[in-house]
Structures are given as structure tokens and as C-alpha cells.
Design a protein around this ligand. Sequence first.
Ligand SMILES: [Zn+2]
Length: 188
Amino acid sequence: MSGDNPMAAPGRLELVRRFVNTRDIEAGTDALADAPGLRAWLRDGGRTVQAVRGVDLARARRLREALRAAATANHDRGPVPAEALAALDDVAARARVTLSFTPDRAWRAQARAGGVDGALGDLVVAMTEAMTDGTWPRLRVCANDTCRWAFFDTSRAGTGKWCAMRLCGNRAKQQAWRDRRAAGPARG
Ligand SMILES: [Zn+2]
């Protein structure tokens, strides 16, 4: 985990952000391209799973795109698509996410299942924790369609649209400037 990453999210939300970014749309790479890839990613996050089946891999990728869609809705301020909600619900059910109440008059959600189901459940639990502590709405997806990188928006107004790492905002501004120039009257 890169502590000095300006796009990193606080707490366990960073796990969610990194999971979404296992697919690098711009580079065309996917850390979850095959079962060993998913296993290695989970191991790096401290979860050792014995076996990863094809269906586990499909569920992991479905969850990833559901999280990307949910984070996209954070800046579009639109509803989370039904397909994404169904995927999130499915992961929570398979992981047997349960509530337990704590002495400090609070509660905690926990994935009870083992294996890949439980590991994916940890990600939706992390999402609910972020919803509870108010950090979730700042998990965003870069507005550049060829990028769609997940980042944590640290802008004061909470209106960040572009990831910082690839300077997508600068590229968008330059493109707008070129468009204006191309559309405007020819000069000198
Ligand atoms: Zn970007």
C-alpha cells in the first residue's frame, strides 16, 4: 500500500480503491486476469485462499465493476445502477455478512464466510464502513472515459472529477483549449 499516494483513501476504503484499480483500462491490463492473479492480489491484502475457481474469478470481476459503477454514481449523483446493486447484494449474501453489536453502543459488520466469498465480502463491508463514517462519497472514478481510475477526492469542495496520477484534468483542459481554437476564427 503506497502511503504517500495523493489519491489514496483513508482506512479500509483504500482496499476498495485498489481493488477497483486492479483493472487498468488505459493500459489494458488486469491483475485479476486469471485465478493465480486473484489469489496473489488477495494474499497481498492479507487473505490467503486455498483455491480460486473460475466462478470466483467471475464474481470478483463483477464486484469490481459494481464498485466502479457505485463510485461513478458518487460524482454523477445519480442512482447506482440496478445491476451493480444486485452484484453487491450477492457478494454480501455469499459472504454471510452479519452484524454484531459492541460495548461502545455501536455495531460492526463482518463477513463470516471463508475463502474468496469471505474476501470479497470484506470489500463490501469496507464500503459500508466508509458509508457510515462519511468517506464513501469521496471515492470517485476519473471522468476521463479512457481512464476510469478510482481515486479518493481530497478537493476541499469534494467536486474532483479527474485522477491526479495521470493528469487527466490537464489533458481535458488542453483538449477543450484545442477545441476552442479549432472552432474559433483563424488568427495570425
Ligand atoms: Zn484519469
